[in-house]
Write a protein that binds this ligand. Structure first.
Ligand SMILES: [Zn+2]
Length: 306
């Protein structure tokens, strides 16, 4: 069903990446500003990251996995001991905003300012510029792709437009898109968070895993890309994390599943494009630079939005 699969290394059937976005309490300060300091219970729910990140690192070590963590730069500054532990174990850190700000609510100049700022913090704290980015809450703007290209980032992990990598072409260069989608995010499966007006019926780890593994089986059968978008304070909770451990064990047992950090997957894709062993689908961005003219010509269409 995938007509143009990427030739994964060593004949692997599927490329897999478990990515954790370490948002911690950045999202609470952004959402509630003055009130955040009083919302201690919500804060404690988010600060569970301090328990979950070391647990996740120990799990990866047990299986010999290297993976990618996306980090708002403010959280890196606030919790440097977690950054150190991640780097010590050889994992990748990707950019994920400064305070998890939404690029769709910023001007083009503001978006660039906060991207510059997060890149310089990552450089200072990790010794290298980030190779990839995930937009906070998938809020990728019409300018984001070009800004990533200008910063020399090789991949993005925010969009949902395919089952396999594709290329985002911008006037400043190409960026490899490593797509995922909402079913692979842990919030819709597990999160009840009244402070964020986000309330989903909480699934058991087996029920959530059933969704993640259906996605895996389809990607395995069709040589696709499987990218989990998880959060330590959500999926790093004990019962869920134990279920993830069983999942990794089952996947590795197959012998032809390639787990890698997203940087490595993106570099492999670029190498296949360069040596001609694979040709990507190319999307030119931005898709639109203004409102489509049909809306102006037929005012009734605007009234008919709902
Ligand atoms: Zn996030």
């Amino acid at each position: 069903m995938i007509t143009n699969p990427v030739p994964w290394p060593n004949g692997a059937r599927v490329a897999c990446a478990i990515t954790f976005d370490i948002d911690t309490d950045s999202i609470l300060h952004l959402e509630h500003r003055e009130r955040a300091k009083s919302l201690v219970s919500a804060m404690s729910w988010l600060k569970y990251d301090e328990v979950a990140v070391p647990r996740i690192l120990a799990m990866y070590k047990k299986f010999g996995l290297k993976q990618t963590f996306f980090y708002p730069a403010w959280c890196m500054e606030r919790y440097p001991h977690l950054v150190e532990a991640i780097l010590k174990d050889g994992h990748e850190i990707g950019a994920h905003g400064y305070l998890h700000e939404n690029p769709n609510q910023l001007t083009a100049e503001e978006e660039l300012y906060w991207l510059d700022r997060q890149v310089s913090i990552i450089k200072a704290m990790t010794g290298a510029a980030p190779r990839g980015w995930r937009a906070p809450l998938y809020n990728f703007s019409e300018h984001s792709a070009e800004y990533l290209a200008r910063h020399g980032m090789i991949y993005d992990a925010s969009l949902m437009g395919d089952d396999i990598p594709y290329v985002l072409r911008t006037p400043s260069g190409d960026v490899i898109e490593l797509p995922s989608h909402w079913a692979m995010d842990d919030w819709p499966h597990y999160t009840h968070a009244p402070e964020f007006h986000y309330s989903m019926p909480i699934k058991s780890p087996d029920e959530a895993m059933n969704v993640f593994m259906s996605e895996f089986e389809a990607m395995y059968a069709n040589h696709g890309l499987w990218v989990a978008v998880w959060h330590p304070f959500v999926s790093g909770r004990l019962a869920r994390c134990l279920r993830i451990e069983q999942m990794i064990e089952a996947m590795l047992k197959r012998g032809d599943v390639w787990f890698a950090p997203l940087e490595q997957i993106a570099r492999h894709v670029k190498a296949c494009i360069a040596d001609g062993s694979w040709s990507p689908r190319v999307d030119k961005l931005p898709y639109y630079t203004e409102m489509i003219p049909e809306l102006d010509s037929y005012p009734g269409l605007q009234r008919a939005a709902q």
